[in-house]
Design a protein around this ligand. Structure first.
Ligand SMILES: [Fe+2]
Length: 191
């Protein structure tokens, strides 16, 4: 699904993201992308079309809003229904900036304390847990790319995610004895 016709705010966001992703390294890119999202969302003007904002019944909705023709980034809108969230997961080595558009989300970040994420059982350490509201953003730069997102409220929340490429898969980590075991997960878009 792509958004056509774009609102002028979406056009502005894409134009500014095109500039932001030209930064010299991931840290610079993420800082600029974060600033763009914060400013666009805090302008207060709704700009995401209603078809992107519907929750899905079984799991959080994930809809493609924009794919950079040069493949440098994608913009994904996620809708978190009541009690919806993610398992502990990585980002396949891709940087990501996430900004709340509606509602609130709870983000818990983890770092690897032992084991080997490539193969066996991994031990994670909880780093930070934060509650983000509208217009607040965070960045995930590999190798610090492990987190859990969930909607803490009794109403839907919406987030905008900019990835440094197109994340077609990730790994989720399921609790097993002695830690978490990695599992490949293909990612698709919600209709
Ligand atoms: Fe994530």
């Amino acid at each position: 699904m792509t958004l056509t016709p774009h609102s002028s705010k979406v056009d502005e966001m894409i134009r500014r993201l095109d500039e932001a992703v030209a930064g010299r390294d991931d840290e610079t890119r993420c800082r600029s992308v974060k600033q763009v999202l914060i400013e666009v969302v805090n302008s207060g003007e709704p700009f995401i079309e209603p078809q992107f904002l519907q929750p899905a019944p079984d799991r959080y909705a994930r809809r493609l809003m924009h794919r950079d023709p040069q493949g440098r980034y994608t913009v994904i809108v996620m809708v978190w229904g009541v009690d919806q969230g993610t398992p502990l997961h990585d980002h396949a080595g891709i940087w990501c900036v996430e900004c709340v558009y509606r509602g609130r989300i709870n983000v818990t970040s983890y770092s690897v304390r032992g084991g080997d994420p490539e193969t066996g059982v991994v031990q994670f350490e909880k780093e930070t847990e934060l509650l983000a509201g509208v217009g607040e953003a965070g960045a995930l730069i590999p190798p610090f790319e492990y987190h859990v997102i969930r909607n803490p409220d009794a109403t839907s929340s919406v987030t905008i995610h900019v990835y440094g490429g197109e994340m077609t898969y990730c790994h989720v980590f399921e609790p097993v004895e002695g830690g978490h075991r990695r599992r490949f997960k293909e990612l698709s878009y919600t209709g």
